[in-house]
Write a protein that binds this ligand. Structure first.
Ligand code: NAD
Ligand code: WQD
Length: 343
């Protein structure tokens, strides 16, 4: 079976390509390289020993997508392509609505015209807004506090409407908690351009000397040490969840033709616990100072994982030490990301 992977050159998409290739699927990547480097595709080939088909293309070009879907006989889609920076989404909201919402609409239209009716979609725990209870179950009310989150909610609604219109469509909406880590080979990993917004990439850049210190956003939350708590999940576990979701959808064994499921570990770690874990893994001091809370941040966010276990027969296996160790391995082997050869 050939699976189209949009955004396959990006952080999570590249790991997903490896997982699907190693599981025996043929894949075709569609990526416009707006937030990635084509070197990641060569690394995927190096890890798997397989050639991948890649189309440098934009998901907003429907004719081209239809050509690609038909030319490669694609039967399913895993859809990662989109913009993902929360802060940036408040500055350039129209770019977010266009890439994420219009882009997904265009992709769905191309799929409909090509008879491809199965998609896994990258959603986010951000759709739960401010938690009303913890751990977060999939039936927790949804809300969004920024344009990025609203694009995810709108796309989820769009998928539910399409699924309701025609039972042949099959959608797996996967709500990621906080993906971190890298492939254990150190060949692919997260490669943010500019100043990282997220905690783990920022910590790595303090560890390798690129940044002086970490600003810890808030130490007065009602958490065990006052800093924000999140459910960090190893990217390898995350993409294994995609593989399971794909298999469940393809087998037709899902209870409904559109499900939303959390992909997290169910464990919450604070910012200070992350700093300590990274110090253990890297043997480097992570200097930090406390700073005011960041706008829009919640105190705590972690997943209830029961539905994923029940529906997908999947559970995250890698612990925080593995997440930090694999991140540090990737950074040490690629001090300039994909810009220089891996050492
Ligand atoms: P990423 O930026 O590394 O990957 C996204 C890829 O999509 C990039 O390679 C980019 O070049 C490509 N892309 C963007 N717009 C495109 C377009 N119009 N046409 C074709 N390609 C396009 O991001 P990631 O961290 O791998 O995230 C993948 C998906 O998962 C995104 O949809 C993101 O919103 C979602 N997600 C990510 C996180 C996270 O913390 N990383 C958490 C929850 C959800
Ligand atoms: C984690 C914790 C920060 C940076 C974001 C998006 C979410 C999802 C994942 C896509 C928080 C603290 C961070 C720093 C810090 N992405 N922190 N100093 O905010 O949980 O989620 O990424 O869907 O939508 O909102 O992740 O890694 O930014 O922050 O103290 O320099 O680290 O306050 O407590 P977050 P994060």
């Amino acid at each position: 079976m050939t699976v189209l992977i949009t955004g396959g050159a990006g952080y999570i998409g590249s790991h997903c390509c490896v997982a699907f290739l190693q599981a025996g699927y043929d894949i075709v990547v569609v990526d416009n390289l707006s937030n990635s480097n084509r070197m990641s595709l060569e690394r995927i080939e190096a890890i798997t020993g397989q050639k991948i088909k890649c189309e440098i293309a934009d998901i907003r070009n429907q004719d081209n997508l239809e050509r690609i879907l038909k030319a490669h006989n694609c039967e399913a889609v895993v859809h990662f392509a989109g913009l993902k920076a929360v802060g940036e989404s408040t500055q350039i909201p129209l770019a977010y609505y266009e890439n994420n919402v219009v882009g997904t609409h265009t992709l769905l239209s191309a799929m409909a015209n090509s008879g491809v009716k199965q998609m896994i979609f990258s959603s986010s725990a951000t759709v739960y807004g401010e938690p009303q209870f913890l751990p977060l179950t999939e039936d927790h009310p949804t809300s969004a506090v920024n344009p990025y989150g609203r694009t995810k909610l709108m796309i989820e609604e769009m998928l539910r409407d399409v699924a309701a219109s025609d039972p042949q469509w099959r959608f797996g909406i996967l709500r990621y908690f906080n993906p971190v880590g890298a492939h254990h080979s150190g060949q692919i990993g997260e490669n943010p351009l500019g100043i990282p917004n997220n905690l783990m990439p920022f910590i790595t850049q303090v560890a390798d000397g690129r940044r002086e210190q970490l600003a810890v956003f808030g130490n007065d939350y009602e958490t065990r040490d006052g800093t924000g708590v999140r459910d960090y999940i190893h990217v390898t576990d995350l993409v294994e969840g995609h593989l399971r979701a794909h298999e469940v959808l393809a087998s037709g064994s899902a209870r409904s033709n559109c499900f939303a499921v959390n992909l997290g570990t169910g464990n919450g770690y604070s910012v200070l616990e992350m700093v300590k874990a990274f110090e253990r893994a890297s043997n480097k001091e992570i200097r930090f100072s406390f700073a005011p809370r960041r706008d829009g941040d919640v105190a705590e966010c972690y997943a209830n994982t029961e539905l994923a276990e029940e529906l997908l027969d999947w559970k995250a296996e890698r612990d925080l030490d593995a997440m930090c160790r694999d991140t540090w391995n990737w950074v040490c082997k690629n001090p300039r990301g994909y810009e220089a050869p891996s050492t």
